[in-house]
Design a protein around this ligand. Sequence first.
Ligand SMILES: [Zn+2]
Ligand SMILES: [Zn+2]
Length: 86
Amino acid sequence: MNLDDECIHGLPPYSCTMCKNSAAVFVTDGGWGKYHLTTDCPGIASGQGLVTARTGYVGNIHRTTVGSRKIDGRDPCLVCRPPRRS
Ligand SMILES: [Zn+2]
Ligand SMILES: [Zn+2]
């Protein structure tokens, strides 16, 4: 998975006029496939717990936007309910 922050329009989301005003969301390193509205989400902690138990490594949290390629293939978290990509 490519973690370079690029939006669905091929630009850095913070400079893309279509994406820079879109909602900020958070993703973590690792493969459980969700994105989150808040870093306080219990879903992040449980995901990190799973990865930590498996690898001994706590995933970093990355701030991004709904338009970012970083959330390609990820589903909105069912706990904190971030906006879906429109
Ligand atoms: Zn964009
Ligand atoms: Zn969440």
